[in-house]
Design a binder for this molecule. Structure first.
Ligand code: TPP
Ligand code: MG
Length: 281
């Protein structure tokens, strides 16, 4: 993305909309690694009085471009920004991360048709296709497959990738940038909770705090996390990268600071609403 961390309001910056607003903690970490917000602020996540709330609040946090969290709205934001850029003669790009469960909101499809109708080549949607939503498998609400074919039918360029493979992610983002008049969608196949054995693919951990016992369990950071940190931060600020890497590796580092006492609570039972729910722990 074209972005200057020292000037988050730069009119020509690329925009990112976290349409699946509940994932904003990941964005806070990215903004902290870029130096837009202080790293020390991260442990205040979701605490009363903190500006780092559980859903994005653009009025409080620099680098947040829209107040999302009510699912389904982000692509409409992105379209508006792309049209504004066209009217103002600015060539920035707009990226929008959408959940596969979120796609069950009709507004997503209205917005997708709008992007294509207005030839918004500056818009890139990324679908987090993890097969899960809040309590069950995504298909328990409505069948969303085949995701890429549906977007293609509405006039989008499509690409499917392994969302945990950083090389594929970078390649797909470069591919999206080539477009001038057709919006692009990257369907990223992912595993929810990737990297933490008892959370992976387990709907019970959607927004669940960890019990003290589970907090004591050993976490294994694997998969794309450290490579992702390496690529993103080495491209921007090597110093921030080093600081974050030390923090992630350290037992008293970022991960444990995230688990503040206020967030400890009971872990809900997995839902049995969907007969095929992957609810084993
Ligand atoms: C309009 C709206 N309805 C319901 C919710 C509650 N909600 C929060 S996250 C979520 C699940 C979304 O699933 P998905 O988009 O697949 O995201 P994932 O769980 O995979 O991160 C739901 C239903 C919401 N935030 N907004
Ligand atoms: Mg999902």
């Amino acid at each position: 993305m074209r972005y200057d961390p020292k000037n988050p309001d730069w009119p020509e910056r690329d925009r990112f909309i976290m349409s699946k607003g509940h994932c904003v903690p990941a964005q806070y970490v990215a903004l902290a690694m870029l130096g837009v917000i202080p790293m020390e602020e991260l442990p205040t996540l979701k605490q009363l009085g903190s500006r780092l709330q559980g859903h994005p609040a653009m009025q409080y946090v620099p680098g947040i471009e829209g107040c999302t969290g009510s699912l389904g709205q982000g692509l409409s934001y992105a379209n508006g920004m792309a049209l504004a850029g066209r009217i103002k003669g600015l060539d920035y790009r707009v990226y929008c991360l959408i959940g596969d469960g979120e796609m069950q909101e009709g507004q997503v499809w209205e917005a997708a048709m709008t992007s294509a109708k207005h030839c918004l080549g500056s818009v890139t949607a990324v679908i987090d296709a993890n097969g899960l939503k809040a309590m069950d498998e995504t298909h328990c609400g409505k069948i969303m497959e085949p995701i890429a074919a549906r977007w293609a039918a509405m006039g989008w360029r499509t690409r499917e990738i392994d969302g945990h493979d950083m090389a594929q992610i970078c390649e797909a983002l470069d591919w999206a940038k080539e477009s001038t008049d057709t919006p692009s969608v990257i369907v990223a196949h992912t595993v929810k909770g990737k990297g933490i054995s008892f959370i992976e693919n387990n709907p019970a951990f959607h927004n669940a705090a960890l019990t003290p016992e589970r907090r004591r369990m050993t976490f294994t950071i694997r998969g794309p996390i450290l490579p992702a940190v390496t690529i993103v931060c080495a491209r921007t600020s090597p110093a921030a990268w080093l600081k974050t890497r030390i923090s992630l590796i350290s037992p008293t580092g970022l991960r444990s600071r995230f688990e503040s006492p206020r967030r400890v609570g009971s872990t809900p039972e997995p839902s049995n609403f969907c007969p095929t729910a992957r609810n084993s722990i």
